[in-house]
Design a protein around this ligand. Structure first.
Ligand code: FE2
Length: 446
């Protein structure tokens, strides 16, 4: 084969992979919206969330804007609805009152957009123009839809009523970490990426960051450990909370993670996608806000890791000095590496994914629960918005906190360990937990 022929073959392989990812993603969006009736699709289940039918048409509208109109240069299918589905024009709480497409119209709209997208994919060179190089714009839209799928999953969790989502139980613990924490030696590592073709603007550029030696927990904090914090009076011990955290704890009357209730004999129960069940002891705690995570950490004499510490523990390979894609290496995640992609409807117990651990023995950094870090969401030095300011730039330095690692509801297309998520410190409806860290002693630093 000549070089030109082999480049064409590579491009066709990439095209087929993109088409498969678009389809896989759409099947998830449709499963999340076909599982409830029209009344539930158009209802607002929480003022924090959009009606599910808004999310569905919005992913179609973003796909139309970027792939059909910008990449494909085609005429709009429905420019009349752009304004309704612009997330910056209407707060989530106001969306139910908009003249939205009804469920049948929304399904027809996303199907029509997808037909055009596949035509565009067929005829677009995936090299050259930065927006489409290595299929970036398609990858961006796939990840955007997957992010809304996780948001829709959170809406399902907030919804009241009989269970409508079903999935096999997460795997059991087979090899819990052998130590509580590991010492991550001090030194430089490469944070962020220039090499990942589908990395988003906020992960770029790659740069060298020095991180002092620190200890990191080998597992996220479990429900059992969190219940001990509650039993020790965690929600009443002012000294364990930051000033901002305590003010919020008072105002919001926080007493336990969201969705937890306690019965008269002191057993903790949780509501999970319409099922009420005892809180499982060895799963990572989920549905806590940053302030609760920080209070817990202080109660055990620890702190949250910074974002740089988290990423170094997840990516830095001391043997080669390289930063890898995932805690276990560069290989794509399989169902034996991490609990991702809504394959299960809970975090998995600690010790369920020994294959996904780092060489140093840190487990479950990716999957299960998003992990709060102590870092505010800011741009890496050299950050440049691409391809639009509203993806990340408008959120930088806006009071948002970084979360890392992805949850059981996060798609593998975002499982690279450079991926950054952010939310407000008070948010609890997201699938967020945490793990703790502490400074190394002076002797351990040298
Ligand atoms: Fe969006």
């Amino acid at each position: 084969m000549t070089t030109t022929e082999s480049a064409a073959t590579d491009e066709n392989i990439l095209r087929a992979a993109i088409a498969a990812e678009l389809d896989r993603t759409r099947r998830r969006s449709l499963a999340l919206t076909d599982s409830v009736d029209d009344a539930e699709l158009t209802r607002q289940h929480s003022p924090l969330m959009s009606p599910l039918v808004w999310d569905l048409a919005h992913v179609g509208n973003q796909e139309e804007l970027w792939l059909v109109r910008d990449v494909g240069g085609l005429v709009p299918l429905r420019s009349d609805i752009d304004e309704l589905y612009d997330a910056f024009r209407h707060a989530r709480a106001d969306r139910p009152a908009l003249p939205l497409l009804n469920p049948a119209e929304a399904r027809e709209y996303v199907r029509g957009v997808r037909e055009k997208t596949l035509d565009v994919l067929d005829r677009t060179p995936l090299r050259g123009r930065r927006l489409v190089d290595e299929g970036f714009a398609f990858g961006m839209i796939i990840q955007h839809e997957q992010q809304h799928d996780e948001t829709m999953l959170a809406t399902h969790q907030l919804r009241r009523g009989e269970p409508v989502l079903h999935a096999p139980a997460a795997p059991p613990s087979i090899a819990p970490p052998s130590a509580r924490e590991v010492l991550v030696p001090g030194g430089p590592f490469t944070m962020g990426t220039d090499a990942e073709p589908w990395a988003l603007d906020n992960e770029r550029p790659a740069r060298t960051v020095h991180v002092d030696a620190f200890h990191l927990d080998t597992a996220p904090v479990t429900n059992a450990a969190y219940a001990e914090f509650i039993a020790a009076g965690g929600y009443d011990r002012r000294e364990w909370w930051t000033e901002e955290g305590w003010a919020h704890r008072q105002r919001a009357e926080l007493r336990a993670p969201l969705f937890w209730t306690r019965d008269s004999d002191g057993t903790w129960w949780r509501r999970r996608f319409g099922v009420t069940e005892p809180v499982p002891a060895d799963e990572p705690v989920v549905h806590v806000c940053l302030h609760e995570a920080q209070a817990y950490a202080r109660s055990v004499g620890r702190r949250l890791p910074t974002e740089a510490e988290w990423e170094k523990a997840a990516r830095h390979d001391p043997a080669t000095g390289r930063s890898r894609r995932h805690p276990w290496g560069d290989a794509a995640p399989t169902e034996r590496h991490a609990n991702l992609g809504q394959r299960h409807l809970t975090p998995a117990p600690v010790g369920a994914y020994p294959l996904g651990a780092t060489p140093a023995g840190v487990h479950q950094l990716v999957g299960d629960v998003w992990e709060w870090t102590s870092s505010a969401f800011t741009g890496h030095p050299g950050f440049a918005a691409f391809p639009y300011r509203e993806y990340s730039e408008v959120f930088l330095d806006g009071g948002y906190q970084v979360l890392r690692g992805g949850s059981f509801g996060t798609d593998p297309s975002m499982a690279r360990a450079s991926f950054r998520n952010w939310d407000l410190p008070i948010r609890r409806q997201i699938f967020a937990g945490f793990r703790c860290a502490r400074d190394a002693t002076r002797a351990e630093r040298t």
